[in-house]
Ligand binder design. Structure first.
Ligand code: NAD
Ligand code: MG
Length: 392
């Protein structure tokens, strides 16, 4: 029986993944991992009967162990145990941990030479070349799960990358799309944390409003598909029904459309290279009535300009960008800095890192990536504190 594992099972993507797994009787769940949400993780374990359940936090080990007493399910705790679980035999592994913490377990899973369904976009942004090399070394397959990247992947079936002119990722514009520019600086985490179309975790929802999510995805597409920076474009599309467009040299454009439901890209990766029935709403274009598109305003979305800078710089810039973005987001959620300060913090961190190191040099190992990540976090913390002080 095909063995599947879900890393980040208690998150938004993880829950959608388990929803699909629950509808199948031809799969055996090997591993589930989660974080502090012990109750949900234990409930998922009772429902899916994995061999092993892991919480990433040591202090959650005991409560999880108690919750699963007498079930015969193995329980482990701590970040090392999550990475270790990546080596547990599995044919298909969902990488849906949020943040740089998803990196090492993904690498571990790739070493099995099977399939990694990759939702954790931070893996490609921080360590794209290393991750792809690891997959090649072990003969493993990486399938993109980010909806836009799954859409591009699907539009490219049977096509040659040489024939691609541009790839366009669509963006809803997030919860603050229609706010006047001068009001944006005052947006609260609650206001930025509401999404018009997608039901996602809080962090990625705020990243949608700032377009840091789209900036990450632009870098992700550049890394995963091997596209030049200028080949990756972004269009605002409020309806979120067109997920991506691939334009070819002969003028043809292949678009991927569908209801905004992560179970589509997750299910596509689960059924690949076949297609299977999925419980997603069917697209009714007559009912939708219209599809709107607009160019994003870079003054409103400085994150998109920073993504371009990161792609041009290459090397460690992606890891610095991601780490700085995570810290800036922490400070925004903690109300230390304003909504637009996030981009300023990331920009300051990229400059501060470049002043100390050859930022264009590609980290040679996962350990090096994690060192860049740690240093960039410290630099971003300083930059955020400076912004916070300036604000008072
Ligand atoms: P989420 O916050 O809802 O869930 C994150 C999961 O990671 C949870 O299971 C949590 O317990 C676990 N986790 C948190 N910190 C951890 C740590 N330090 N170590 C190990 N596990 C930890 O996030 P999400 O929205 O499901 O997103 C997961 C990933 O997928 C992110 O990289 C995100 O960018 C990407 N993604 C999400 C969506 C979406 O619709 N939510 C779409 C595309 C891509
Ligand atoms: Mg996406």
């Amino acid at each position: 029986m095909r063995r599947v594992s879900v890393f980040g099972a208690t998150g938004s993507v993880g829950v959608s993944t388990l929803d699909l797994l629950a509808r199948r009787d031809d799969l055996k769940v090997a591993v589930l991992t989660g974080g502090r949400n012990v109750e949900l993780l234990a409930e998922q374990a009772r429902a899916h009967r994995p061999e092993l359940v892991v919480t990433a936090f040591e202090e959650c080990y005991r409560p999880l162990k108690e919750a699963l007493a007498n079930t015969g399910i193995e329980v482990a705790g701590g970040p090392g145990a999550v990475v270790e679980a990546g080596y547990r035999e599995a044919d298909w592994v969902m990488s849906a941990i949020v943040g740089a913490a998803g990196l090492a377990p993904g690498f571990a899973a790739l070493s099995q030479g099977k399939t990694l369904a990759l939702a954790n976009k931070e893996s490609l942004v921080t360590a794209g070349p290393l991750l792809l090399a690891e997959a090649r070394t072990h003969g493993a397959t990486i399938l993109p799960v980010d909806s836009e990247h799954s859409a591009v992947f699907q539009a490219l079936v049977g096509e040659s990358l040489e024939h691609v002119e541009t790839v366009t990722l669509t963006a809803s514009g997030g919860g603050l799309r229609d706010w006047p520019l001068e009001k944006l600086a005052l947006a609260t985490p609650e206001e930025a944390g509401r999404h018009p179309n997608w039901d996602m975790g809080q962090r990625i929802t705020i990243d949608s409003a700032s377009m840091f999510n789209k900036a990450m995805e632009v870098i992700e597409a550049h890394e995963f598909f091997g596209l030049l920076p200028e080949q990756v474009e972004v269009l605002i599309h409020p309806q979120s029904l067109v997920h991506a467009l691939v334009a070819f040299r002969d003028g043809a454009v292949m678009g991927h459309l569908g209801a905004p439901d992560m179970r589509h890209p997750i299910g596509y990766a689960l059924n690949w290279p076949e297609r299977g029935d999925l419980p997603v709403a069917r697209l009714n274009l007559a009912k939708a009535g219209r599809l709107d598109f607009a160019e994003p305003d870079l003054a409103r979305y400085p994150a998109l300009g920073l993504a371009r800078q990161v792609m041009e710089t290459g090397g460690a810039a992606g890891a610095v960008f991601n780490a700085a973005k995570e810290i800036a987001l922490d400070h925004f959620i903690a109300r230390n800095i304003g909504f637009l300060d996030m981009a300023a913090v990331v920009e300051a961190t990229l400059s501060a890192y470049a002043a100390r190191h050859a930022i264009g040099k590609t980290p040679a190992s996962l350990d090096e990536v994690l060192c860049v990540d740690a240093e960039a976090r410290a630099l971003a913390g300083t930059a955020a504190t400076e912004r916070a002080t300036a604000r008072v």
